[in-house]
Every structure is written in C-alpha cells, then in structure tokens.
Design a protein around this ligand. Structure first.
Ligand code: X5A
Ligand code: ZN
Length: 667
C-alpha cells in the first residue's frame, strides 16, 4: 500500500511577475509561493514530505488540453518586448505575461505531471504541487485569470492516457469558477468536475451564465459537471462543510473515482481580497481529510489561487499536514449554513436529482429559476456585503497539530496480536480492582467482579483513555468480552478524565449504554430492528434495513452522522460494532476513516471478542491512517434506508443545523 506525501516546489516558479500597472493582476505575486513554502519549512513539514523535482512539460503534454496555435503563440512570449507582452495579454482577460512565464507555465504542468506519476506508480500516496502560474481558467486556446495552461486538465488527461485511469474526480475549491476545467470535461462522463465559486447571480468574475448550478454537463457528460454558486460573500466553515456533506461527497462516492485531482485554490479562505469569504484555514484540513477516503487515498493537489499572504500559507500548511496524516484540528462552534448557501445547495441537488441515486429523494426542480429574478443584490442577514470589512479582518493563528508519539494502541487477546502491524503499541494493563470498576460502573454484580477478563478489559480501556488524555496515543482498538459493560465504563471514564463530550457510534440493535440527559454523550446507533423511541436529542437511532445496504449506510454516514458529529464537536469518539452486525469491511473502514476527522482523531474502537481476524486487521490499518477501501460501484440505496435517514434529518435539522439542505422559499 502506497504511503508518503509528495511536495513539489521549485523557486524558478517565483521568477516572473507583473511588470506594468494593472490593478486586476497585481495580487498575483511571486511571494504567494515564497510565503507558502516558507511556512511549510517553519512548521517542519517540508522534511516530512517526499520532495519531487519539477520538469518542463513537453509540447505533447501541453497539446493534451491546448491547441497548436495557442501553444505556438505562447512560445513566442519569451522574446517579446514589454509592450508586445502587454498587447498579447489584452484579448485574453485578467492575465499578464512576462518573458519567463512560458518557462514557469511549463514547470507548473511538469510539477503536476510528476505528482500524477508519483501517485499513480505508488511512489507516494498523495501530494501537492505548489505552482505558479495557476491553471483552472485557461482554455484550449486562451489564457485567462492569471492562468496560461490548464495544469489540472492536463494532469487529468495525462493520468487517463498514461495510466488508463478511468474515472477522475476534480474538486475545485478555489473561489473562482474553473471554467477552463468545465469546458474541457463537460462532455466527458469519466471526469466528474465539481466547483464552488463566488457567483453573486453572475455579478462576479468571470460573470458567466454557464457557471450557474444548472450547467450539469453535456451529452454523455450530463450529470458530471457540478457547479455550486455562492450568491453572497462571507461564506464560512458551516457553508463549506454542508456542501461537502450534502452535495460533493454523496456524488463523489457514487461516482467512485480512481483518482482525485484537487484544484487547491486558497482564495476561498478568510481574508482573501478576491473571495471575501470567512472560512478559517483549519477548514482546509477537514476538506482534505474528507477527500482522502476516496479513490483509495490517491489525491493530487495542485495550487490555484490564494492572494492573502497570511491565510494562504496557513491554509497550505493545513492541507499538507492533513495529507501527511496528522490529526485534524477541532472546529468548534459550528451551527448551520446561511440561507443563501442553503438555496444554492437545494438548487444543485434538485437539478442533479435525475442523474444521481443519492439525490433521488430530493424534489425535482419545477423548472430552472432564471436568475434575472435576483437581478439586484439584496441585502441579506447572512454574510457580508461585497467589499465590506475585508481590510482589517483577522482570525486566530491555527493551533499546532502535534501528532502523539504513538498513533495506535491495541488491546487484543493472545493469539490475535500478530494480526495487526508491529507499529501498534500493545497495551496489557494490570487488572482493575473490583472496587475501581464498581466506582464507575454502579451496576456490577458479584459475578462481574470475579470475572478477570472483564476487569482486565476495563483496565485496558482506562489505560487507553489515560494515554489519549496525556497525548501519548491518538487512537486504539480493543477486543472485549463484554461490549456493553466496557462501553459504559469507557463513557464514564472519558467523561471524568478526558472530555465533556463523547460521541458513541454503535452498530447493533440493543442500545449499548444508558442514554444520558446531560448531553455529555451523543449516541448514534445504526440498527436493523425498530429501536425504542429515543428520550433525548442526543440519542439518534438510525434504522437500516440490514447492514448489507452499503449505499444506504454510506448515505446515512455522509448526510446524517457527519453533520451531527461536526455539530456536536466531541472530544472523543467511541466506535463499537456489536457481534455479527454483518457490516462489510470496506464500509466499516470508510466509517472509521471519516470519523477520524473529529476529536483530533482521538478514537477508540471496541469490538466484541470473537470477531474475525480480517476485521481486526483492517480496523487497525484504518486507525494507523491507511486509506479506506473503495466501496466500488454502489447500487441504489434501499428506499427504506433513504426514507429513514431523510425523516431523521427533517426531525433533527432545527437542533443540528448542519443537517439542513433546503432554503426556505424553495420547494
Ligand atoms: C487562479 C485564480 C483569479 C483571477 C481573478 C481575475 N484566478 N479577476 O484565482
Ligand atoms: Zn481563484
């Protein structure tokens, strides 16, 4: 299994700049790369990555996405005078040239292709290319928006051609619409292009009608182009996460990509003069983490925009640190997406409901809303007005994300120890005394107090929670003789010594622990028989029609569990599988991987003794940071599962705002 993170950077790409006065282009400066790389160095991240060289793209590479005439024209720019360069740029729009930009543009492509090579050959698992010029606005025969050649388009076509990759997902989180990427792939059903972008009902650059949500792709590519327009500025982490939970991730899993290409522009971060959005740099750690469970972890990030020289390097560091597998920081205080964001989410879901099974239950759009309806910018309660408050905007510096010295500890019965990798720390603790156990677990009877196995497993739980609390260990796996008692003990002990919010995700029919009324425990229970009516908003039983419905289960995880978990912001995750829940191994590793984005990855997995070695091995691998297994081509989810999840979301969405998917005045 591939491991490691590639980092591609070359100072040469800082050696071009704007040579005349142009208020539009002046933000695209060499310092963007300098400060990004310096921040990585300062955080000790460059040494942890696999440094790869850049190369010059060949004509053949460039011609994958561009016309000969355009290439030949750009080839002449190194020999042009200043005045000729200025004139050359005019017809393209929002772009400048420099005698060295052609050279740099070839290196930016070459960097992208070296990254694709490294990921596709398994030299590394994932990586990032820090490049200038950016690429996603560039089209077959045009430069545009600071972009000369379309790095990610060429990288995608190269991967398809050289490695026979069939399905590629392109995620474009830059705050501008990558229209170059859209045009390149809009008829291709094997490339799913997702972009969110500042749009403001077409008032924002590049002001294209085709950037709206109703551009879904053409011909055989219909359904494979997804545009999420932001119609107001000031969008924040709530809005970004909601779009991932309710739009991008469900479709991405259904698409089942073999490779993820990321147009990583950080002008969507707070403080950026172009985006004017409010999402803090930490969010990019989460967005990256959420994408890392796709395509067996094969992810190639390529820098696009990002013009605030403070939030850009911070966001780059968050992204790289997550690619490396470091624990993701907690995001506190999440609430719900803004009204305008909800309208966009609802629009894109309903216009795509005919293409994707994950949206089948969404009301179809009665007809496209012509956006002339919103021809004036209304003053909204949510978000900022354009241009407002961008000067002195500030945010706290992201906290250091120190990985504990040991990632995973295990407590396994003798005989099973060899089924997990050596790098797992073995925990064998002294027994808990019956008194200690009884103190935290009032309902022990005489029988239990004599049960050495039980007292041993409680001792292991206690020791693991304490190691997590001391930041010696990040997560752990325990096989226990009595799942319910051990879970009850784990919750009690964690609430005493580690955190005041525990999330317990339980797969099985019996409610595993007594539901607390104080909100210190959130219990999400996947079950196949009708559960008792929950007594608290913190007990959420999810009825699945058996655990064999992988698409239905995934739908519940993405659109219910993750929004709940992010809204709750736990300090510890407990995951427990009752015996014989029958969950497939791939779905199980998806669950354990995705949940590691919460609680700084502090997680304990408890399993009833008697489970197969295979489950233990894959669970340990997931805790150690191996990518989740791909779920393959998903069939349609069972309607019963979908109904159950939708009903729950409607019931809970007022209390847990990240569950919302609809604007008020739309059907
Ligand atoms: C790559 C990128 C932005 C161009 C803005 C032009 N380009 N107004 O972020
Ligand atoms: Zn941009």
């Amino acid at each position: 299994m591939a491991s490691g993170t590639a980092l591609i950077y070359d100072e040469e790409m800082t050696r071009y700049k704007l040579l005349w006065v142009d208020p539009i282009c002046k933000i695209e400066v060499p310092e963007r790369l300098v400060v990004s790389y310096a921040a990585l160095q300062k955080a000790g991240l460059t040494q942890r990555c696999v440094a790869l060289p850049v190369r010059e793209a060949t004509d053949e590479d460039i011609l994958l996405a561009h016309s000969t005439e355009y290439l030949e024209a750009v080839k002449k720019t190194p020999y042009m005078t200043l005045e000729e360069l200025m004139t050359f740029a005019v017809p393209y729009g929002d772009v400048y040239f420099h005698p060295n930009i052609y050279h740099c543009a070839k290196l930016a492509i070459g960097a992208t292709l070296n990254l694709v090579d490294a990921v596709m050959t398994g030299k590394v698992r994932n990586g990032i290319a820090l490049v200038r010029p950016p690429g996603h606005h560039s089209q077959r025969s045009t430069a545009n928006g600071f972009c000369i050649f379309n790095n990610v388009a060429i990288g995608t076509l190269y991967a398809k051609k050289k490695y026979n990759v069939r399905r590629v997902l392109i995620v474009d989180w830059d705050i501008h619409h990558g229209q170059g990427l859209q045009y390149c792939f809009e008829e291709d059903p094997d490339v799913l292009y997702f972009s969110w972008h500042r749009y403001e009902h077409q008032k924002f650059w590049p002001n294209l009608r085709e950037s709206d949500y109703d551009s879904v792709g053409k011909g055989r590519g219909a359904g494979f182009n997804i545009n999420l327009p932001w119609n107001k500025v000031g969008m924040d982490s709530n809005d970004y996460l909601s779009v991932f939970f309710h739009v991008l991730l469900p479709v991405a899993y259904e698409f089942n990509p073999e490779l993820v290409m990321l147009s990583a522009g950080f002008d969507s971060a707070i403080g950026d003069p172009e985006g004017e959005m409010c999402a803090t740099p930490e969010i990019f750690g989460h967005l990256t983490h959420l994408l890392m469970s796709l395509a067996g972890g094969r992810l190639c990030a390529v820098l696009e925009g990002g013009y605030n020289l403070t939030s850009l390097p911070q966001s780059v560091c968050q992204t790289v640190q997550t690619l490396l597998g470091d624990p993701v920081s907690r995001i506190s205080g999440l609430s719900s997406p803004s009204k305008s964001a909800l309208e966009s989410i609802q629009s894109v879901r309903s216009v795509h409901q005919q293409y994707w099974a994950c949206f089948k239950h969404v009301a179809a759009k009665p007809g496209y809303e012509p956006h002339t309806k919103h021809s004036k910018l209304e003053a909204g309660q949510d978000g900022l007005q354009p241009g407002e408050e961008t000067k002195e905007i500030s945010w706290p510096e992201p906290l250091l994300r120190l990985p504990p010295p040991t990632r995973t500890a295990v407590a396994l019965p003798a005989g099973l120890e060899d089924s997990v990798p050596e790098s797992c720390k073995r925990v064998t603790e002294t027994l808990l005394t019956p008194e200690e156990a009884a103190e935290k677990l009032g309902n022990l009877n005489i029988q239990d107090l004599k049960n050495k196995d039980l007292l041993q497993s409680l001792g292991n739980v206690q020791s693991l929670v304490d190691k997590i609390e001391k930041k010696q260990v990040r997560n752990g796996l325990l096989l226990v003789p009595d799942l319910r008692k051990t879970l009850a003990f784990a919750v009690q002990h964690a609430l005493i010594s580690l955190t005041d919010r525990v999330l317990l995700v339980f797969l099985g029919n019996e409610a595993p622990v007594e539901v607390r009324v104080d909100g210190k425990l959130m219990l999400v229970q996947f079950c196949s028989t009708e559960p008792h009516e929950p007594k608290s908003k913190h007990h959420i039983p999810v009825m699945m029609k058996g655990f064999g419905d992988v698409p239905g289960f995934l739908h519940a995880v993405l659109t219910l569990l993750l929004p709940l978990a992010y809204g709750y912001d736990p300090g510890l995750i407990l995951v427990a599988m009752g015996k014989g829940s029958g969950m497939g191994v791939a779905a199980w590793t998806q669950l354990t991987s995705l949940l590691q984005g919460l609680a700084e990855g502090q997680m304990l997995v408890l399993m009833q003794q008697g489970d197969e070695e295979e489950t233990i091995r894959t669970t340990a691998a997931s805790l150690l940071g191996e990518p989740a297994q791909s779920l393959g081509t998903l069939g349609d989810p069972l309607p019963e599962s979908m109904d159950a999840v939708e009903k729950l979301r409607l019931k809970l969405e007022t209390q847990w705002g990240l569950l919302q998917t609809r604007g008020q005045n739309l059907p």
